[in-house]
Design a binder for this molecule. Structure first.
Ligand SMILES: Cc1cc2nc3c(=O)[nH]c(=O)nc-3n(C[C@H](O)[C@H](O)[C@H](O)COP(=O)(O)O)c2cc1C
Length: 320
């Protein structure tokens, strides 16, 4: 698994679609992973699953994350996405959401190390592209077994391991225990990507330093801030964190995002996602709450763009 850079956009269901991956890649993410795609859906030829797994034009490489619990359909799905041109396949061993866990997939696989090893084996045999696993620390505080699962994955031929060191039971409570990332790094030979609570360039450097991991993966902090990848790269290179983008620059990114969403989904369907992202883009800005309430009922892309322009150019004026 060769990484072009140290910072990767994490898979996020409903968020890391083609428009968002494209923005993040343009802003320095060396790789971006699709949201989790149902292996069964793909294996059964479901168009919607295939649609999620597709890369954007020029996305090179792109990685698809698969979830499932059946080695046979995981292998078939992996072959399909490899055939579509995906550059790598990540296996979801960490999703704690009930809908997924109750099917035996995601974090439920941490309770069944033999099955998770079988999934890696099946996918590894089915494709030539790199295969990684993304996991949590364990099912709960009494069963932290990420090292055992990661070692088995490595033995079965996984090319890298991504760890979000919270337990499935924790969801997002408490903080990520980065010492577990170090534990993997000290005991595995394949690359280890650290994930969890990287919210700033300083956090990224701290995680790299403390754990020795080969790269960091950012999820929540990229929402409404795709420039975080550029900021992290600049910080790692020069040791200085760039200032937050000026309102005008923020507006430019928002309008670009809106345009990409429009192209992807069409004006009507793009609106829900556009409003969601726009709410994140103004987080922490003065007057952000009023902006959010102004856009909450808007159903026209042009109007959404105009409200954003009005708000951010106003802020730009006020900061002069
Ligand atoms: C809305 C949302 C959706 C997510 N969807 C996925 C997913 O599809 N697959 C996955 O492996 N992790 C998923 N995650 C987990 C993230 O990839 C990441 O492991 C977690 O958020 C911790 O990283 P962070 O502290 O940078 O947010 C999701 C997280 C969020 C907030």
């Amino acid at each position: 698994m060769a990484l072009e850079g140290p910072v990767i956009l994490a898979p996020m269901a409903g968020i890391t679609d083609r428009p968002f991956r494209r923005l993040c890649r343009e802003m320095g993410a060396s790789l971006a992973v699709t949201e989790m795609v149902s292996a069964q859906g793909l294996a059964r030829g479901r168009g919607a699953s295939r649609e999620i797994a597709r890369g954007f034009l020029g996305e090179e490489p792109w990685w698809v994350q698969l979830f499932g619990e059946d080695p046979g359909s995981m292998a078939r799905a992996a072959k399909i996405v490899e055939g579509m041109g995906a550059g790598g396949i990540d296996i979801n061993l960490g999703c704690p959401v009930a809908k997924v866990v109750k099917t035996g997939a995601g974090a439920a696989l941490l309770k069944e190390p033999a099955r998770s090893a079988a999934l890696v084996r099946a996918v590894r045999r089915a494709v030539k592209v790199p295969v990684t696993v993304k996991m949590r620390a364990g099912w709960d505080g009494g069963s932290i077994n990420c090292l055992e699962v990661a070692k088995a994955a490595q033995e079965e031929g996984a090319d890298g391991v991504i760890l979000h060191p919270r337990t499935a039971r924790q969801f997002f409570k408490g903080s990520a225990d980065w010492s577990l990332i170090k534990g993997l790094k000290d005991n595995l030979t394949v690359p280890v990507i650290g994930n969890g609570d990287v919210a700033s360039p300083k956090d990224a450097l701290k995680m790299l330093d403390e754990t020795g991991c080969d790269g960091v993966m950012v999820a929540r902090a990229a929402r409404g801030a795709p420039w975080i990848f550029r900021d992290i790269l600049v910080y790692l290179e020069r040791g200085e964190a760039p200032k937050p983008p000026a309102p005008k620059e923020r507006l430019r990114v928002m309008l670009k995002h809106l345009e990409l969403l429009g192209e992807e989904y069409g004006a009507r369907l793009a609106m829900k996602r556009a409003r969601m992202h726009f709410m994140w883009y103004v987080k922490g800005l003065r007057g952000g709450a009023r902006f959010r309430s102004r856009i909450s009922g808007v159903s026209d892309m042009g109007e959404l763009g105009r409200i954003a322009e009005d708000f951010l150019l106003g802020l730009e004026e006020a900061t002069r």
